[in-house]
Design a protein around this ligand. Structure first.
Ligand code: ADP
Ligand code: MG
Length: 424
């Protein structure tokens, strides 16, 4: 209707949070050496914020005027994004706040989301600076897609939101113990794995989960509501964002489905569950976060697991790993079928009795996503929507997105497409 959009739309603004101590402590140099020029050339205005301490980013986004920003971008490892997501979910206006597009630029030693996003773009594997360039390029393109989050309850009633993983046993131990090798970069996980193999131990606990019932995914009557007309294009970060670097910046043609509303999706999952408990009960479980989305699939840690859940018979584990992105680290393609918004928790566990060489083989095969083809009788893989883990061993570690959390029973459930992610 005659409006000249380039004149009425303000330029896109991006806040880039850099953790100067992540990885080898070179995030700032990596930014100025590889990303800065790219953003300038693509005319993407940004503000650089250097974090000063742990939880600085969380506090900052909790209070930020989000109307000022078209995207929050993290230049660090996965730990800093975990802070940002939880800062957004701390807010009174979480429902709107969590819609702020989130971007990742690999600057840490654990860059699982960056590796995953790069993988989703169907590009051949890349590491280090090449991975950084790929993620910088995606930021310049500015396409945005939905991102699943997982809500996690700890015994202390604390509630966390996670975008990557929940780990117990071997993987959690490697995550935390290998932090002292952070200066070597991503190879810290291989070093940690070798060290942990030497002191391999068994962890006792109980595991239960709500399996995904394969098709039909949604109740038929709701088909219209949950499959809105496919958007012609994946929404972009900012409509005025110039795409000079890639004139034909178009959405991933092979994207398995289009979302136009994260919330319609989330509601449909809750409604379709036979195990849904009352909203009231779920709200009581909000973990001090008033209004945050209820976990309708969870019963509460003080209750028996709901009907329809599978209780794992074994109680002796080497590891339990719930992952909701494809990669656990730059060179660990852990959940080959995963995508950012498939609505699944990919649950892996390894039962006791596996030999050291067999466990090492699994991790080496994971580089090519071939661990499930190893035929190990100790490795189990399930797609689930919710799970509960109750450690019995008095000592151990649990990590969420690679960060250590309180050790004890945990429950978790997926919230499909709750957040939004800058992707290829
Ligand atoms: P890495 O992949 O190297 O572990 P992360 O992004 O995971 O990098 O960051 C590691 C930890 O550092 C996280 O727990 C994060 O909260 C914390 N952190 C963020 N900024 C700072 C800072 N300025 N100083 C110290 N720690 C920080
Ligand atoms: Mg980390």
């Amino acid at each position: 209707d005659g409006v000249v959009y380039s004149e009425v739309r303000r330029p896109c603004r991006v806040m880039i949070l850099v953790n100067p101590h992540s990885g080898r402590g070179q995030a700032l140099q990596l930014f100025s050496g590889h990303v800065q020029g790219m953003l300038t050339e693509a005319a993407v205005p940004y503000k650089l914020v250097i974090t000063e301490h742990q939880n600085h980013a969380r506090e900052l986004v909790r209070k930020a005027d989000l109307s000022q920003w078209d995207a929050l971008v993290i230049m660090s490892g996965d730990g800093l994004l975990f802070e940002v997501i939880n800062g957004l979910m701390d807010r009174e206006d979480w429902e709107q706040a969590i819609q702020t597009p989130l971007g990742i630029l690999p600057g840490g030693s654990g860059n699982a989301l960056a590796a995953s996003v790069h993988h989703y773009s169907q590009s051949p594997p890349a590491w280090n600076e090449e991975l950084l360039l790929s993620c910088g390029f995606m930021l310049c393109k500015g396409l945005v897609g939905p991102l699943d989050l997982v809500s996690i309850h700890l015994a202390s009633q604390q509630r966390l939101f996670s975008f990557l993983s929940l780990a117990w046993g071997f993987v959690a131990d490697v995550d935390i113990e290998s932090e002292k090798y952070r200066h070597v970069g991503a190879i810290r996980f291989l070093m940690g794995t070798l060290v942990r193999l030497a002191t391999l131990r068994v962890y006792q606990g109980r595991l239960a989960y709500l399996p995904v019932k394969e098709a039909p995914r949604y109740p038929k009557g709701n088909a219209k509501a949950v499959h809105p007309p496919a958007a012609p294009q994946r929404p972009s970060l900012c409509s005025s964002l110039p795409c000079q670097l890639l004139p034909n910046a178009s959405p991933n043609q092979n994207s398995h489905r289009n979302h136009t509303s994260a919330n319609s999706n989330h509601n449909s999952i809750a409604n379709s569950s036979n195990n849904a408990i009352t909203t009231k009960r779920a709200e009581a479980q909000s973990g001090g976060r008033s209004g945050a989305p209820p976990d309708s699939l969870l019963a509460g840690l003080d209750q028996p697991v709901p009907e329809g859940w599978t209780v794992v018979r074994e109680e002796d584990f080497v590891l339990v790993l719930a992952i909701y992105q494809s990669h656990l680290a730059e060179d660990l393609w852990t959940a080959p079928g995963a995508s950012a918004d498939d609505g699944f928790i990919h649950l892996f566990y390894v039962t006791a009795g596996i030999s050291r060489p067999a466990l090492l083989r699994l991790f080496l095969a994971m580089e090519k996503g071939a661990h499930l083809a190893c035929g190990s009788p100790h490795l189990v893989y399930e797609k689930v929507r919710a799970l509960r883990l109750e450690p019995i061993s008095p000592q151990g570690m649990i990590t969420v997105d690679g960060e250590m959390v309180e050790y004890g029973p945990v429950e978790a459930q997926i919230h499909p497409g709750l957040a939004r992610l800058v992707c290829g």
